[in-house]
Design a protein around this ligand. Sequence first.
Ligand code: SAH
Length: 400
Amino acid sequence: MDPLPTVLLKPGEADRIVAGHPWIYRGEIFRVTTQPADGELVQVKDHRQRFLGVGFFNARSKINVRLLSSERIEINEKYFEGQIRAALAVRQRQLPSATSFRVVNAESDFLSGLIVDKYEDILVVQISSLGMDKRKALIVAALQKIFSPRAILERGDVASRKFEGLEGVGGILVGELNGPVSVELNGLKFETDLVGGHKTGLYLDQQTNYQAVAQFAKGAQVLDCFSFLGGFGLHAARAGAAHVHLLDQSAEAVAASQRNAAANGLADKCSFGAVNVFDWLKAQTAVQPHEKVIPRFDLIVLDPPSFTRNRASVPDALRGYKEIHLRALKLLKAGGTLATFCCSHHVDATTFQDVILSAAYDTRRILRRVATYSQSPDHPVIPMIPETEYLKGFAFEVVR
Ligand code: SAH
């Protein structure tokens, strides 16, 4: 094996790395022996020259090294094949009947900078580190070998590419794809635009939560806020809801969710609104001083986008969360259920619950927590890498 440039850490900076965290920030580096090229493989040692592992170097990023392994390995097609197969095995254990799922979730799978989603026989790759970008051909070759997919797409419109000095990319890398793909989640079909849709096309991280929340839907009047393609709403409809009203401000998303409802034979139970949820909830709960809002839903789902991009925007985000919870609680019948999610990494579960409780206090409602949710297991949480945990949710029953 070729000798590698060595990155020596400052005293005290090795602990997090030994514990399994893959990021080495510029400020943690004491010295670099021979200056590595950006994207090159380096070895990392602590200040006493003890070997810690190997990873990709990039001086342009604040994260100077993204570690891949605590052993001295060669990065070739075989390496990627082994890593991807190991990640796939986790999904096959955790989501044995799923046909669409996230195969590789970057840090969650010790492949910082690489995301691979499987939508039936199509793969979507997102690369957000220079080291991975330079090895795209190896990654694609490994994916072809493992999956023999109909097509492999690249989605590169992620802001994080900029931090690594990478241009935006996108397009078909292998095979052909025309038009939307029909993706199955828990046996329901969702038409998905993999080239232009949100994220890589669908919110795979809610796959298990769709099922879990649907258990509250039997016979219920359901409101699905921020419904996108109808994930929560259509699962609720299938689970026996009396009626589901789905709301999203994107007219395209609403149109797609309408088609999805029809494709699954659920259209007669569903109604839709292409509206701003904040405005809609406000209008529904606006009353004269002597009037009371009449609660009319048995299950309300709140799954908004992340209202935060950074720490600084957290207070505004919390105001937004409080507002929708206040209004949703007014519309929920006693005995009804509020299923609510927060996908911002900057708002932790305790803070999120505090906001909900503060809304409950203001509306004089008492809540019983009946479920806590996290991201689906194809987005594994590695507790030693806090950045891998971002989605949290709760189901609360309205006691009174
Ligand atoms: N529940 C969905 C994911 C929601 S993602 C699922 O499981 O697939 C957030 C959605 O909220 C997006 O579809 C976006 O179009 C919509 N959105 C964002 N801000 C909104 C607002 N103020 N009012 C209504 N919809 C909004």
